[in-house]
Write a protein of this length. Structure first.
Length: 158
């Protein structure tokens, strides 16, 4: 049973196009890759004057919603006139497309992060002592789940 469960997460789906050597753990990711990398762009933007084409209708709809639609857009990029529904999407866009400074800075080392949760994970992993130590071997872990998995694995090996 354990090996069957493990095989669900180790099965790879490979791209069959000549010269392409990518693989994905989920079949849906492979389908998206094939559509975006190996198929002709056939979905044109709805907006008059916009000549952009996309390999999938999902990408076209996403482009239209972000670039041309004012519905549900609370955050707007003044540099490229794109709209975003969520603030984390806006800040991610600003840092990746326009080189804006990261909003969440580690107080210990000054490293910047786009998301607060990522900064807190960094602080926990790099600047605090691990609270999860194996009593048998002394190995340290970032969280309770990793320690529990370690103990289970070592019990089976004994």
């Amino acid at each position: 049973m354990y090996f069957f469960f493990l095989s669900l997460f180790t099965e790879r789906h490979y791209c069959m196009h000549q010269g392409c050597h990518v693989s994905y753990s989920h079949k849906s990711n492979l389908k998206f890759h094939v559509a975006s990398a190996h198929q002709d762009k056939t979905y044109k933007c709805f907006e008059l004057g916009c000549d952009k084409e996309f390999p999938t209708s999902y990408q076209r709809s996403s482009h239209y919603r972000q670039a041309h639609s004012s519905e549900d857009c609370k955050w707007w990029c003044k540099k490229c006139k794109r709209g975003f529904e969520k603030n984390q999407d806006f800040f991610g866009h600003m840092s990746s497309k326009h080189g804006a400074k990261k909003m969440n800075v580690c107080p210990h080392c000054g490293k910047g992060y786009g998301q607060r949760s990522t900064m807190y994970r960094h602080i926990r992993r790099k600047h605090t002592e691990p609270e999860n130590t194996c009593s048998s071997c002394g190995e340290e872990f970032d969280d309770d789940d990793a320690l529990t998995d370690h103990k289970k694995k070592n019990k089976k090996n004994e």
